[in-house]
Design a protein around this ligand. Structure first.
Ligand code: BGC
Length: 356
């Protein structure tokens, strides 16, 4: 994507008619600026980006926020343009995030990158941004299309939830086929517990549905013994799993909507003093650092990589291009609005590809 961005930048600069007029200007600016590399199309020496994330304690989001920070630093180095960020966390309240967005606009942010609290309620942000002519790059929590498609300056960077559900289902089905001993009670049916993310989140709804339908579609017999909503949180999953274990419920598979909750489930088994050899086969999604470690140890069987590096790069490249009025042609925008990063399956033999 970095290459694509550069390509579009140079293609823009290489229009022949423009040369006559801008070459002398570019040359003198280049000499005056001490040869800082690519020039800012808009003439700005500094851009200000507002970043609002839904929750600072979410493992996946905090790993992505660190990458976003690193990527803006890289862009600064490449372009010589200073990128300042104003960062907020919404603490679960859309009302607070709306106020944070108001502040970012009042403080002169050129572009906003927003990870909304309530993806069905982004109209306040969209209206305010539209009134102030500020582009918004939403990420990870996908606004409903009625809101997102209201103007040409709203974008979404994320990954296709359906793909992650199908991949998790395929990983579980492969495991069940290759490990008949995972059917601990030998009844030919895999008893499972589903750990679900936040109600209403596109990833929770779709991963839940498609992981299960994919496993069944592969001819594996399943029985849901129970499920719990743990809102993406390891602590909540630990607490929910603790009471499931105390109720005597037994399972052969744990299918979790994300790694953080899968890790919480593992803590509950550990705290209950159940030896690792007696744990069910546990599966997650994300490939966060601790999830990859768990695959290495064998306590989690597989996960689906949610490409936070790719998403962070897309968010930073797109927001920087918008802030400097650069062309967006080569940013892989679907319908001028969406950037999708593919998921990948992670098993123990492929771990090295995902450790950065
Ligand atoms: C991730 C979860 C994360 C959630 C936050 C999902 O895509 O898989 O781990 O908690 O986004 O919105």
């Amino acid at each position: 994507m970095m290459k694509n961005f550069r390509r579009s930048f140079f293609r823009w600069c290489s229009r022949p008619v423009l040369y006559l007029f801008i070459t002398p200007v570019i040359l003198s600016a280049f000499m005056l600026s001490g040869c800082s590399g690519e020039d800012d199309i808009s003439g700005k020496k500094e851009v200000k980006i507002g970043l609002a994330a839904y929750d600072q304690y979410d493992n996946f989001i905090s790993e992505m926020m660190e990458l976003i920070d690193e990527d803006y630093a890289k862009i600064e180095k490449e372009t010589g343009i200073t990128v300042t960020t104003e960062v907020y966390y919404g603490q679960g309240s859309q009302f607070s995030q709306n106020n944070q967005v108001k502040n970012m606009i009042n403080h002169g942010c050129d572009v906003l990158c927003v990870n909304p609290i309530d993806r069905t309620d982004t109209s306040y942000i969209i209206n305010l941004a539209q009134e102030n002519d500020i582009p918004v790059v939403f990420f990870n929590r996908e606004p409903v299309s009625e809101d997102l498609l209201r103007g040409s300056s709203f974008f979404y960077v994320g990954a296709d939830a359906l793909q992650s559900g199908v991949m998790e289902g395929e990983l579980v089905a492969d495991y069940c086929r290759d490990h008949p001993e995972a059917d601990i009670n030998g009844d030919g049916v895999f008893q499972y517990i589903l750990m679900e993310g936040e109600a209403g989140h596109q990833d929770a709804i779709i991963r839940t549905e498609y992981s299960i339908s994919t496993i069944e579609g592969k001819g594996i017999a399943l029985e849901r013994v129970t499920s719990a909503i743990a809102n993406w949180s390891g602590d909540q999953a630990r607490a929910k799993m603790k009471s499931i274990l105390e109720s005597g419920t037994k399972a052969e598979l744990i299918i979790s909507n994300n790694d953080a909750m899968a890790l919480g489930v593992m803590s509950a088994y550990e705290e209950a003093g159940i030896p690792v050899e007696e744990w069910p086969a546990i599966f997650g999604i994300d490939g966060i650092a601790q999830g990859l470690d768990a695959i290495d140890k064998g306590t989690m069987k597989a996960t689906v990589y949610n490409d936070k590096e790719g998403q962070a790069e897309a968010i930073t490249r797109l927001s920087f291009a918008l802030a400097t009025s650069a062309p967006l042609d080569d940013l892989d925008l679907e319908n001028g609005t969406y950037i999708w990063l593919p998921y990948k399956k992670v098993t123990k033999d492929k771990l090295n590809e995902f450790r950065h």
